[in-house]
Design a protein around this ligand. Structure first.
Ligand SMILES: [Zn+2]
Length: 68
């Protein structure tokens, strides 16, 4: 379970890996539902926010575009 600190473009790691073997995903949409894209095969899945938070282990890479 992760906290609310995730943003568009962040790379997250899920507890279970995708059937393609990859467990890294890029967040491509946030909101009530979260859309994530598999970094290996490019498959996009849509998850309710709560479901997303249950599945994700951690944010592995923050998207830094808004920092500077
Ligand atoms: Zn995949």
């Amino acid at each position: 379970m992760i906290n609310e600190e995730f943003n568009l473009g962040d790379i997250v790691q899920t507890k279970k890996q995708h059937p393609c073997g990859c467990d890294r995903w890029e967040i491509v949409r946030t909101g009530v539902d979260i859309k994530i894209k598999c970094l290996q095969c490019g498959r996009i899945i849509l998850l309710p926010r709560l479901e997303f938070k249950k599945k994700v282990k951690k944010v592995v890479e923050k998207h830094n575009d808004n920092v500077n």
